[in-house]
Each structure stands twice: as C-alpha cells, then as structure tokens.
Design a protein around this ligand. Structure first.
Ligand code: SF4
Length: 300
C-alpha cells in the first residue's frame, strides 16, 4: 500500500534540548510490548533504572512520571537518557514516532507531522510554497480498492485547490471550499467556542488564560499572514477531512483554523497552533465533543 505525506514531511527532525515544550514533559508516555520486553533484558545499572521507572503491564507499560510530569529519562539538559545510553532504535514506538500521526484509508496510508510539536509547527507555518501531498513509500499491506475513496480524494483535491487559490483572500477561499458541498461558510462565534473549550479537559494553564482572553474580546481575528493561514488550513484539512462526514470535518477544520488565529492574537500563531493541537487534536475526547456540537447545531 502506498504511503503519502505532505511535501514538508522529510524536513522534520527533533530539536531535543532546544525545544521549549518538550513532548517528554506533561504527557503520559506508553511503552509498547516489544520495547518493554527489551527494557527488561537490559543489564547493569541502566537496566535497573529502566525497570524501576516503568510500570509494566500486559500491554507493555508506561513511564513513571517525575515531578512536573517529566519523563524519568529526560535529563537535566532535556536530553533523553535512553537515546544516549541505548541509541535511537531503543526508543519505544511512541517516542520514536512523535510528532507523526497517521490516517489509514483503504487504498493508502497518510502520515503527517502534528502541530503540537513546536518544531513541526515552525516547519509547517513558515513554508512558503503551496503544500502538496506526495507519495513517500510503500508498506506491506495490500490496498483495498474503493471507488468511493477515489471520489473522496478528488473532492479533497478540490478543497485544497480552493484553499490554496492565492488570487483570493482567505475568507473567500474558505467560502469556495464550502461551496463545493453546496454549503455556506458558517459564522464563528469565538466567545461561544472559547466557552465550549473551557468546559473540556485542559492540560495547560496558559490555554485557560487564552480562552478567557477570547471570551473578553470575541471579535473576529485579523488574518495577518495569509501564507501561514493557508498552511494552517491545509494542515487541518489533511489531518481531519474524512470520507465518512466530509462537510462536518470541513467545518471542524475551519473552526480549528479560526480558533487558532483568534488565540494567536494573544500568544502568536506558532504557540496558538501548538496549544490548540495539544489541547484539542491530541485528545480524542475533546475532538469528539467539538464534532458533536458542530453536528448537533446543524451549522451547515
Ligand atoms: S515536541 Fe517536537 S521538537 Fe520538542 S522534543 Fe518533542 S519531538 Fe522534539
């Protein structure tokens, strides 16, 4: 089966100790079963440290987080001791994979970089040329032919083309994308959506402050950088637009975009993207609740 990715995908490498919001702090970190077995077999003092800092379970295990939810193997220079002692191939699957995400279709797998990583956000938002989705390899799975899926990818191409039409302002491009489905671009009530987000589980106190700031000033944001806005929109479409509910997932992607732009008034676009992604995209529960509101309110 073919694997596709945005054309910036290969530009990523982790900036490790230069990262201000390390993914090794503040998140539960699972250890996959194969890696857990490997860690059990490591001899000497480092092997002992591994076994003392992992809660093993039938599913593999998870690292026992330290103060401030730091991974126990993140040293005081914010470098990974497992990487230093055992090499990159010894990392558990989630550590090796982050910030990559995958979407599985019948005929292909797609892989992207998640905005919750500040280096991924920098690469995506600073990209000047139009983003293309390109084939980057193959895996061992056989494709499952589906005519419906061909229609979906053709439709997504039309959505990308509308959003990447640099002859038009961003709001017009979004209207054109909705017009593909015979729909009108819904109004975004920023204060209401900030209140909805405040009712969800939150990770970071600074996100709470941003939401409170939006409630105080719910006026629509000014789009300051149309190029970064285009990249942001295309990122959300690539990640969330789906064949099962295309109109709703388009509305969700556009909401992600507008709320990130609104949050950017307070913290800048890169940080707003990182916060939105960490708080909403990386929580299936939060994402589902927002999709449910879009669906129930029949905004389209
Ligand atoms: S958030 Fe990104 S850049 Fe920072 S440590 Fe994690 S993978 Fe590396």
């Amino acid at each position: 089966m073919k694997i596709f990715a945005p054309d910036y995908y290969g530009n990523f490498s982790c900036i490790a100790d230069k990262c201000r919001h390390s993914c090794c702090i503040g998140w539960e970190i699972d250890v996959d079963p194969k890696t857990a077995e490997y860690y059990k077999s490591i001899p000497g003092g480092f092997g002992k440290k591994l076994r003392e800092n992992i809660d093993f379970s039938p599913e593999g295990g998870s690292f026992r987080l330290c103060e401030n939810d730091r991974c126990p193997f993140l040293n005081d220079r914010n470098l990974c001791e497992i990487y230093i002692n055992l090499g990159e191939e010894a990392l558990s699957q989630i550590c090796d994979d982050h910030p990559r995400f995958r979407n599985f279709y019948d005929s292909r797998t797609e892989i992207g970089l998640g905005l919750c990583c500040e280096e991924a956000a920098r690469i995506i938002l600073e990209k000047e040329s139009r983003t293309e989705i390109v084939e980057i390899g193959k895996d061992e799975e056989d494709p499952y032919p589906s005519e419906d899926e061909d229609v979906f990818f053709e439709t997504r191409e039309r959505v990308f083309a509308a959003l990447q039409n640099r002859e038009k302002a961003i709001a017009e491009r979004i209207s054109d994308a909705f017009a593909i489905f015979g729909a009108v671009s819904p109004e975004t009530d920023y204060g209401k959506w900030a209140e909805n987000c405040l009712a969800l589980e939150r990770l970071d106190e600074s996100w709470t402050k941003v939401l409170e700031g939006i409630i105080k000033n719910p006026a629509p944001p000014e789009i300051k950088d149309e190029n970064a806005a285009e990249q942001l929109l295309c990122y959300f479409i690539f990640r969330h637009f789906c064949p099962e509910y295309p109109k709703i997932s388009l509305a969700f992607s556009v909401l992600c975009f507008y709320m990130t732009e609104k949050a950017a008034e307070q913290v800048g676009l890169n940080e707003a993207a990182r916060l939105w992604s960490s708080e909403i995209e990386y929580s299936d529960e939060n994402k589902d609740l927002i999709l449910r509101i879009i669906f129930d309110e029949e905004v389209l």
